[in-house]
Design a protein around this ligand. Sequence first.
Ligand code: ADP
Length: 317
Amino acid sequence: MVAKKSHKRILIIEDERPMAKTLKARQEVLNQQRDIEYVRKDGTRFPVAISVSPMAVGGELIGAVEVFRDITKEQQVDKAKTEFVSLASHQLRTPLTAISWYTEMLLTDDKKGLSDTQEDYLNEVRLATERMIDLVNALLNVSRIELGTFAVEPVELDVKKVLQDVIRDVGVLAKDRKVSLVTDDARAPDRYLTDPNLLGMVFQNLISNALKYTPEGTVTVRVYADDTWLNIEVEDTGYGIPDDQRDQIFTKLFRADNVKAQDTTGTGLGLYIIKAVIEEVGGSIRFESEEGKGTTFFVRLPIEGMQPKQGSKPLES
Ligand code: ADP
């Protein structure tokens, strides 16, 4: 039995298998992630969905029943759907780029003959187009992650510089609002082996979320290295995450009720994308939050840096 982690396969030790877990915990174990494969005698593999139930007679555990299903076909259908999303997103980008260009030209070309109302309308068109381009890029990223086709290209660089570049871009979100953005990167390594695009996406997503979901207060970004990890912490004093929705925060297209009730925009894809990226390079992400008080996201990346991964495309940032 092996666990599938993107393109890697890891043998699952006896104690970690669903049957052993069921016998130990005396409760049903389901493999929800669908990332387990069985290995046939001839070495070929097939993906399985597993369910194991304990069996007890007179309160005494006498064994367990394991039922598994070959899900090769389901995974093929999933893959075909992902490929379709990838293709469709790609096709959508060309006309969107044209709309964006011409709107920009109308707005910058001396605005000849434009009334104030027409200019307002065009600004709305520009904003809506930008949002649509962001959504299409996020969908493309999701399909590249799910198909495992994205590349990781690490180079040695200064983490502070990547952070400052992102802050220059997203800092505008803090302007004109009662939010101050504080950075503490004195202990960030100035030489770290990382893919600048991917590290930038992690910073970009966490900091822009913190700013977006904090009506007033402070957003603090801490970056520091210890012996094993490069630690990134983004703390805010914003809306927080409702307790009953904690489990869904990293799932695709999910946006919590409390932020939907406010006038905020988003795709619900950012955290899903960066979690996949962080785990691909051997790191982890978690958060602590209290509704109405604020949220802190904690990211750990291996201090030895990212390993290169071949891929046909980079992720869109
Ligand atoms: P979105 O585009 O909606 O921001 P994300 O995937 O980045 O998508 O985040 C998913 C959801 O997680 C958000 O819609 C919001 O409900 C919640 N969330 C993320 N970051 C924060 C934060 N700093 N404070 C409160 N809620 C957050």
